[in-house]
Each structure stands twice: as structure tokens, then as C-alpha cells.
Design a protein around this ligand. Structure first.
Ligand code: NDP
Length: 453
């Protein structure tokens, strides 16, 4: 490793001990940016990377609520306001038992570069709670969301910080949080995105992250004169991102054959068609059931439960051309990455944030496959959140076709920025470097313009 990356990482780890996901994300960015900092000493002199790595503000608070049995429960709420150089903080809220400061710092840090890539004026933020919505009643989720927003509403605002959804936070949770914000602040404004269509939401926002990841894959394939038509696709997750990645793969003629949840995965050799997808959406979004029920319903599918004794995930060990990890961070380990390559996968487009461990990323980049890292490939979600903010400000709603066309245009623009930035530093075809460099430059130049703040 270089002296610069060593010194930066030593500094970051000393300041943020035990925040391993944050270290992982920062290291990848620092490695990509070294060439940029060497060529442009002004960024190093102004300590831009170090400043980007220190949140502008961290808010951490108690979220007490009462469960259906009348017992008091205590969770922890967070909002990381990472960087506002190019716009108000913007990024999702995650409700999952694994949420802690370091996980959200990694997500907020990634969000800064991702939002910059979207071409829209949005800074980076992220938040959430260690609350687990799984197995909770709607009323419990409502009481929790109301308690969380009672504190969070002091810190966010349509021009300050605009949260959205992420793992464990979908339309239901956004609704409860929006209702409480409106009640306390007595104002109806676009303070959250991912809202319901009747109350300020944008068409295509639920679909946007999954659609965007598939558009990004299609752009990468187009550089080789290919399309998704007829290609077998491995998808992980069965939540918001995975569901709409599967839909767009079908739209573009691909053949999705897997999906998963934290209990296991299904492999459907016949392909997940539109009828099966409709079943999956109902199962996950309405019944809040488990993916194993897909295999009970469709005999062409085989369900494999998670086996913690295995050092690899068999979902990534099927013959295919494309992979769309859409569940969570570090879900593709080094063995999985090697299995993907062995099985013929040469397109990986990340719907999830940082789903591939660094050894896996290096394998993909070294092999020269079409590898779209999350901060570029899944930026369609936040981009469409940005479009929701624009529609709220304009007080009008664009049609489904109009939003989808803008999303598609933004994904093409993100792809082009990655390609151009990589080429400018003699790293043609390296989307990791391209995304990090292009995302960094806009934020870095804005920070230079605004002085030491
Ligand atoms: P959802 O909560 O809708 O779905 C998450 C899916 O991943 C579920 O199937 C869940 O299974 C599975 N999953 C979550 N955590 C784990 C885990 N630790 N191990 C195994 N499986 C897990 O979330 P989203 O679809 O919104 O988010 C998925 C990914 O996409 C995340 O990385 C998120 O940060 C990223 N992303 C999301 C955006 C959005 O707009 N929603 C935007 C950009 C990125 P189970 O139900 O069993 O927990």
C-alpha cells in the first residue's frame, strides 16, 4: 500500500475505532483517489479527503416506545449529516438490528460520492436505527416511527436534510414518519422522499434503484455492443431493490433465476417470470412472508436455507452471465467472487451498497469484467428522490414515462462520467476508480470554493 493511503487510514482508524465498514469504504476511495491527489496538490493541501471523511454533524438519540404488550422498548436513532457542499444532506434511513454508528458512517460517506454522480444538487447523509421492523405489528412500527421523528424533526428539513428509505424502511415507515413530522412542525413539505403518490410521492421512486441498477448494466454491456437479451441473471435480496431489478431485467429480455432473504435463497431454473414476480411482491410487501414460500408455490424452484458453516453463498454458484447483488453489504465474499467468475458471470451491477468485499472487487477489476460499483449502479434511487424533491418544489407531478425517461438519462450520464473519469487517469474500464474520481471532483471543487467550513 502507498504511504498516502497508509497515513490516511491510520488517521481514520484512530478517529473512528472499530467502525470496520467505514474503514473499508474509505480505504477503497483513498486508493482510487491517490492519482487525483498526486496530480492536483490543492486537494491534499486543503485536506479535502480528510474533511469529507469527518461528518459535518452526527445526531444520536434515544427512541423509547411501547410495544403491543405494554412493555417499554428502547432503541437508538441516528442521523449522519456527512457533507453539504453541493446541496442539502440526502440519504436513506435504515432500520435493522445491525445498525450502529460505523455502518451508517460508511453509508453516509458512500452517499456523498453517489449523490455527486447523480448530477443533482444533493449532499450526503444517512440515518437509521437498530430497530427491527420484522415481526412487529403495524401499530408497533407506527409508535416507533413517531417516537423517532419526534426527535429527528428538529434536525431535518426540506432545505437542510431530506431522509428516504433503505433496508427496513419502505412506504409504510416513510408514511408514519412524514405524518409525525407534519403534525409537530405544522407544515406540509417535501422533507422525506419515497412518499405515497397521494401525498407528494413520485411515480417510479419505488422502482428506481432496481431499475437504475439494470439500466447501468445495460450501459456497461452496450460498451461491448451487447444487451441483456437472453442473459441469465443472479439476483440477491427480495426487498425493494431486488424486486424492481427483477422487473427491469424482464423488461430488457433477461432471465432472472434467483432471489433471497436472510433465511435463504430460491433458484428457479425456469426463470422468475411476471406472474411469479407478482407473487413475490405480494408475499414480501403485503404478507411480509419469507422467500421459502416461493418454492412452496412454484415447483420449478429449489429453496436452500442459509448454512453458516459454508464459506460461500451457493446463490452465487450458478451458471449465469450477470449478477445483481441487491441485499446488503459484504454479501459477496472472495470465494463468491471467484465462483461468479468461474461460472461465466462477466457483468456485476450492484443494487446494494458495498455488497462485495475488497478482495472480490479486486478480482472483478483485475479480470476486466463489467463491474458497476454500488455508488454508481444504485444511484438511480437517490436520483429519483432528487426528482421527487423537484416535483414537490414545483408543486406538480410528472408522469411515469417522464420520470422513467429522466432516470434512464441520469443512469446514462452516471455511466458516462465513470467512463470518462477513468479514461482521464488511464484507467479505462475501471468503474470503481471512475465513480470515486468523478464523485469526488465535484464535491472537492465545491468545498474549495466555500472555504474552510
Ligand atoms: P429491503 O429492506 O427492502 O430489502 C432488503 C433485502 O435484503 C431483504 O430481502 C432482506 O432479507 C435482505 N437482507 C437485508 N439484510 C440482510 C443480511 N444482513 N443478510 C442477508 N440478507 C439481508 O431493502 P432495500 O431493497 O431497500 O435495500 C437493499 C440494498 O440496497 C441495501 O444495501 C441498501 O442500502 C441498498 N440501496 C437501497 C436503496 C433504496 O432506494 N431502497 C437505494 C440505494 C441502495 P430479510 O427480509 O430476511 O431481512
Amino acid at each position: 500500500m502507498s504511504t498516502f493511503v497508509d497515513e490516511y487510514m491510520a488517521w481514520l482508524k484512530a478517529k473512528n475505532p472499530a467502525e470496520v465498514e467505514f474503514h473499508q469504504a474509505a480505504q477503497e476511495v483513498a486508493e482510487s483517489l491517490e492519482v487525483v491527489l498526486d496530480k492536483n496538490p490543492k486537494y491534499r493541501e486543503a485536506k479535502i479527503l480528510e474533511r469529507i471523511s469527518e461528518p459535518e454533524r452526527v445526531i444520536m438519540f434515544r427512541v423509547p416506545w411501547v410495544d403491543d404488550k405494554g412493555e417499554v422498548q428502547i432503541n437508538r436513532g441516528f442521523r449522519i449529516e456527512m457533507n453539504s457542499a453541493i446541496g442539502p444532506y440526502k440519504g436513506g434511513m435504515r432500520f435493522h438490528p445491525t445498525v450502529y454508528l460505523g455502518l451508517l458512517k460508511f453509508l453516509a460517506f458512500e452517499q456523498v460520492f453517489k449523490n455527486s454522480l447523480t448530477t443533482l444538487p444533493m449532499g450526503g447523509g444517512k440515518g437509521g436505527s437498530d430497530f427491527d421492523p420484522k415481526g412487529k405489528s403495524d401499530l408497533e412500527v407506527m409508535r416507533f416511527c413517531q417516537s423517532l421523528m419526534t426527535e429527528l424533526c428538529r434536525h431535518i428539513g426540506q432545505f437542510t436534510d431530506v431522509p428516504a428509505g433503505d433496508i427496513g424502511v419502505g412506504g409504510r415507515e416513510i408514511g408514519f414518519m412524514f405524518g409525525q413530522y407534519k403534525r409537530i412542525r405544522n407544515e406540509f413539505v417535501g422533507v422525506l422522499t419515497g412518499k405515497g403518490l397521494n401525498w407528494g410521492g413520485s411515480l417510479i421512486r419505488p422502482e428506481a434503484t432496481g431499475y437504475g441498477a439494470v439500466y447501468f448494466a445495460a450501459e456497461m454491456l452496450a460498451t461491448r455492443g451487447e444487451t441483456l437479451e437472453g442473459k441469465t441473471c443472479l439476483v440477491s435480496g427480495s426487498g425493494n431493490v431486488a424486486q424492481y431489478a427483477i422487473e427491469k431485467i424482464l423488461d430488457l429480455g433477461g432471465r432472472p433465476v434467483t432471489c433471497s432473504d436472510s433465511g435463504g435463497y430460491i433458484f428457479d431454473e425456469a426463470g422468475i417470470d411476471r406472474e411469479k414476480l407478482a407473487f413475490l411482491l405480494e408475499l414480501k410487501n403485503v404478507k411480509r412472508g419469507r422467500v421459502s414460500e416461493y418454492a412452496d408455490r412454484f415447483k420449478s424452484a429449489v429453496y436452500t436455507p442459509v448454512d453458516k458453516a459454508k464459506d460461500f453463498n451457493p446463490l452465487w454458484d450458478h451458471k449465469a452471465e450477470c449478477a445483481f447483488p441487491c441485499a446488503t453489504q459484504n454479501e459477496i465474499n472472495a470465494v463468491d467472487a471467484a465462483n461468479l467468475l468461474k461460472n461465466g458471470v462477466y457483468v456485476v451491477s450492484e443494487g446494494a451498497n458495498m455488497p462485495t468485499v475488497p478482495e472480490g472487487v479486486n478480482l472483478f477489476v483485475d479480470k476486466g469484467i463489467l463491474y458497476g460499483p454500488g455508488k454508481a449502479a444504485n444511484a438511480g434511487g437517490v436520483a429519483t428522490s432528487g426528482l421527487e424533491m423537484s416535483q414537490n418544489s414545483l408543486r406538480l407531478n410528472w408522469t411515469r414515462e417522464e420520470v422513467d425517461a429522466r432516470l434512464h438519462g441520469i443512469m446514462k450520464a452516471i455511466h458516462k462520467q465513470c467512463v470518462d473519469a477513468a479514461a482521464a487517469y488511464d484507467l479505462t474500464g475501471n468503474y470503481v476508480a471512475g465513480a470515486n474520481i468523478a464523485g469526488f471532483l465535484k464535491v472537492a471543487d465545491s468545498m474549495l470554493d466555500q472555504g474552510v467550513v
